[in-house]
Design a protein around this ligand. Structure first.
Ligand code: ADP
Ligand code: MG
Ligand code: MG
Length: 892
């Protein structure tokens, strides 16, 4: 018999933290906390397998589920000493969702389930607090109607507002028992009016309704979007936890809150979080009331006057700190914790490894290693390489003039500039057009996720540091200012006002998520300084990494950035940008238009000094390091203008006859330039072009050797080679030219000649190439195109359909297709090495900066990866993690 239901509570549990796949993260950790002896309200978890079964079997449950739920519920009743549905002594429960990976806000929790017209009276008698009982009931009706019955919150808000107006009060806490009773009556009427049937009164119906809603929510649009964004497979499913209720809304000695064992923005090793007195569950997260700090220091830093939990309830706070410390040392990582205090008694409702910014991730990892809680190697594995991206980008220049238009909370660090938008769909639309936007909302909800993702930054007028906006923004690495109460949004007019000024949609603002400020206009930014924890972790990573990391760079600026980020050379310098440059394009065009070799050589002689000085600059930045220079690759027609207008302009500026230009453009036209006269085919047809380039590279190397005393190591790379004899021809061309250069100079430098592997034939016949090539660099952009026969530029039209249908799991231009393209790489590596054991192997496509592709390169035994300068640190960390994983696998 399959066990579909796992109980927890009363000091023990059926499951534990290792069972996340089956129990979901929430359920597994509730079980673990129970077993640790922490105060957890008892309950049970229905497994993710039930969700899978539900969708595999026409949305039905396994036959024995109901019986197992009954047994589990009996146990909970026994521990709590209350009975579900009992009129005098009712057990109330929450129904909570939980997938393997936490999906914040994706699936909704229903609290106070089990209340109806009779049990609410029982609750009132039992608690001696009628107001509390009806407050709980109205909350339940709202949540259940929204989550399970699909009604809008607004219907209920309206009713509540009408009551408040009638009573002349403004806050919920001013409503008395009889007021809530009347609200409840009206709420039930709303349900009946909207749905044509009464609010469900049978607790068992309520429970199964809620369980079904959780499973249904696994397939809602928000959840699907989140899964797509985070690569979470649909097959995982969600678990459902049913848990006995504890109440944070039972007066002034009750409260509910959220805590992080360390600061999730900065990583500072200090308890951090918020709570609300006399409140229930999602009040804190939803931003309905502004929460108070947990600690006194926290309160002082935020300049708040309302007492912290430390001050308001010192005794429970003391217990809480103990529990929190226990949890962190047990899980050996920063925890994100939810708790409730019911009449002075502490209850733990959730713990999980806390989401954090890159900055915080680094600090927490480095600190935990320093504290001896984890090893240096674990610290390396704790930081998501791609999250480093957040740290590598500019922040606001402290010297820049800043006009603060509103202040709020520093909810997610980083800076962003963009146009104001008030609507998530609009944010997505504009971002799709390449616009930078800042999403400005009263508060955000899960419906806004796509807009938050599309925006550079997020501002909310309401909500705390743990509001939806703050949590999601930190997870996504978006800058966010939350709770900027000075901002008053008028969505209908498309404006907000703040400090007496009005800002329209489309106007540019800047936000400083580290300070919590919204600023007028675009504010100057500066490059980040990568010191401290970053340097420490990188140094640890460099110790364990085997793969070298180089950068793709051709401009001195890119080369400098790359070296600053720790690049160990250049893996790909594309020489064509040097041809495209404005100052040289005339000479380049003269070369292309030349009728014969002599004419071409004359033009090339004009280009040569530019080429050489470019290489000198690059080599000076990369002294002592290898620099792979790829000879001219694009088809010649790319250098000639095509429209009549452009041709006339060129004719006027160059003095070349417009008709001649047109004729040449026509001659050079190709049906399929991708597969046309490009790459080394140019070098074979017009060897003088490559000769000039080789000469420029080597003369530059000789010059830098002379001036700096240290020679660079040029690696001359021939693109798009397919045949052994092509490679032979190009090797001879290169060596012959080098010999001449060295003879002229009376000096020489070390250099290598190799090829880029971009064609399936080159990979399969790599042995032939290795006879003449001293290195292979896998150009995985083109190799992906040529292996699939898909043009990357045209793939946009159909790729999405492939992704939606699950035929492609990920975009093969982003993540290396390890089976196909990777298979060719493995073949080429093996066959190349068989002929030339020391053939140097690297990868220089976009994939060189993608962590999972880097893991593949480690396994395939390549020597280096090369990526764009800003991805160099990401690649260093990913390479270290890959090396550790390979080692770990060997140990197994
Ligand atoms: P989410 O995944 O959105 O965080 P949760 O299931 O954690 O949803 O529920 C949200 C909040 O509801 C919790 O933080 C907690 O405050 C409250 N809650 C959930 N279960 C209970 C319970 N059994 N008793 C009291 N409050 C609860
Ligand atoms: Mg929720
Ligand atoms: Mg939660």
């Amino acid at each position: 018999m399959t066990q579909w239901v796992y109980g927890f509570g009363g000091g023990s549990a059926d499951g534990d933290a290792s069972m996340k796949n089956l129990l979901g993260g929430k359920g597994a950790n509730l079980a673990e906390m129970s077993s640790l002896g922490l105060p957890v309200p008892p309950g049970f978890t229905i497994t993710t397998e039930v969700c899978t079964h539900y969708y595999a079997n026409g949305e039905t449950y396994p036959a024995d589920l109901e019986a197992q739920v009954k047994t589990a519920l009996d146990k909970v009743e026994a521990i709590v000493g209350k009975t579900f549905g009992d009129v005098n002594n009712p057990l109330l429960v929450s129904v909570r969702s939980g997938a393997r990976a936490s999906m914040p806000g994706m699936m909704d929790t229903v609290l106070n389930l089990g209340l109806n017209d009779q049990t609410v009276e029982g609750l009132a008698r039992l608690s001696g607090d009628r107001r509390f009982a009806f407050d709980s009931y109205r909350r339940f009706i709202t949540m259940y109607s929204n989550v399970v019955l699909g009604l809008s919150h607004d219907d209920f808000e309206e009713v509540l507002d009408a009551h408040k107006d009638r009573l002349g009060v403004s806050v919920d806490t001013d409503l008395k028992a009889e007021d809530w009773e009347r609200v409840v009556e009206d709420y039930k009427a709303v349900v009946e009016r909207e749905l044509g049937h009464p609010f469900p009164q049978d607790p068992r119906d309520q429970m199964w309704g809620a369980v079904g809603a959780v499973f249904a929510s696994w397939m809602n649009e928000r959840a699907k979007f989140y899964r797509r964004m985070h690569d979470i497979p649909e097959s995982w499913g969600t678990a459902v936890s049913v848990q006995s209720m504890v109440f944070g809304n039972m007066g002034e000695t009750s409260a509910t809150g959220v805590a992080f064992t360390r600061n999730p923005s900065t990583g500072e090793a200090r308890l951090y979080g918020e709570f609300l007195i006399n409140a229930q569950g999602e009040d804190v997260v939803a931003g309905i009331r502004t929460p108070q700090s947990l600690t006194r220091i926290g309160r002082e830093e935020m300049g708040e006057t309302a007492p912290s939990m430390e001050e308001a309830m010192p005794e429970v706070f003391g217990q809480f700190v103990e529990v929190v410390n226990k949890l962190e040392s047990h899980y050996r990582d920063m925890q994100d914790i939810e708790f409730t205090v019911e009449q002075g008694r502490l209850w733990m409702l959730q713990t999980r490894n806390g989401k954090r910014t890159a900055k915080s991730a680094l600090k927490v990892a480095v600190d935990l290693a320093a504290e001896g809680v984890i090893t240096q190697e674990e610290a390396i594995s704790r930081v998501e390489p791609s999250a480093l991206d957040q740290l590598l980008h500019p922040t606001l220049d402290p010297e820049a003039v800043r006009t603060v238009i509103a202040a709020g909370l520093p909810a997610s660090p980083g800076a962003a500039t963009g146009k104001i938008v008030f609507d998530a769909d609009e944010a997505e639309r504009l971002a799709g057009l390449g616009e930078a936007v800042i999403l400005v909302r009263e508060e955000t909800s899960p419906e806004d996720i796509h807009g938050m993702h599309a925006a550079r930054g997020i501002v909310t007028a309401r909500g705390g540091m743990t509001s939806h906006a703050a949590v999601v923004a930190r997870g996504m690495g978006r800058a966010c200012v939350s709770g900027a109460g000075e901002i008053h949004i008028d969505e209908a007019k498309g404006v907000f006002t703040a400090r007496g000024r009005t800002f329209k949609a489309g106007e540019v603002i800047t936000i400083d998520g580290s300070k919590g400020e919204v600023l007028d206009g675009a504010v100057a930014m500066i490059e980040p300084e990568l010191t401290g924890d970053f340097q420490t972790l990188m140094a640890w990573a460099d110790k364990v990494r085997r793969l070298k990391v180089r950068a793709n760079a051709e401009t001195p600026l890119d080369a400098k950035t790359a070296r600053g980020f720790g690049a160990e050379g250049i893996g790909l310098c594309r020489t064509e940008h040097m041809f495209f440059d404005d100052t040289r394009i005339a000479a380049v065009r003269e070369m292309i238009l030349a009728d014969d070799e002599a004419g071409r050589r004359t033009a090339l002689a004009k280009i040569a000094p530019f080429q050489k000085s470019d290489f000198v600059e690059l080599f000076e930045i990369m002294t002592g390091l290898p620099v792979t220079v790829r000879l001219l690759d694009p088809p010649l027609h790319e250098f000639i203008p095509h429209t009549d207008e452009d041709i006339d302009a060129l004719a006027a500026s160059s003095g070349i006859d417009a008709d001649k230009l047109k004729r040449r453009a026509k001659e050079l036209h190709e049906t399929n330039p991708m597969l046309g006269h490009r790459g080394c085919r140019l070098g074979v047809a017009y060897p003088e072009i490559y000769e000039m380039q080789v000469r420029a590279v080597l003369e530059a190397a000789l010059e830098v050797k002379k001036t700096s005393g240290q020679a660079p190591i040029p690696e001359i790379m021939h693109p798009l080679v397919a045949l052994g004899l092509e490679m032979k021809y190009l090797r001879e061309l290169t060596d012959r030219t080098a010999k001449a250069v060295f003879a002229d100079a009376g000096d020489s430098v070390e250099y290598l000649v190799g090829t880029m592997i971009e064609l399936p034939r080159a990979a399969i016949r790599a042995g032939d190439l290795a006879e003449y090539a001293q290195f292979f660099s896998f150009g995985t952009n083109d190799l992906t195109q040529t292996t699939f026969g898909i043009s990357r530029d045209d793939s946009g039209r159909f790729l999405q359909a492939y992704l939606d249908k699950g035929i492609f799991e990920t975009d093969p231009f982003v993540r290396l297709d390890q089976d196909g393209v990777g298979g060719l790489i493995e073949i080429a590596a093996e066959r190349g090495r068989a002929v030339r054991p020391d053939v140097k192997l690297g990868i220089c496509g976009e994939h060189g900066g993608d962590p999972s592709s880097i893991a593949f390169c480690e396994k395939a035994g390549l020597d280096y990866v090369s990526c764009s300068p800003y991805r160099v640190p990401i690649a260093r960390l990913a390479a270290a993690q890959a090396a550790l994983n390979v080692e770990r696998e060997k140990d197994r």
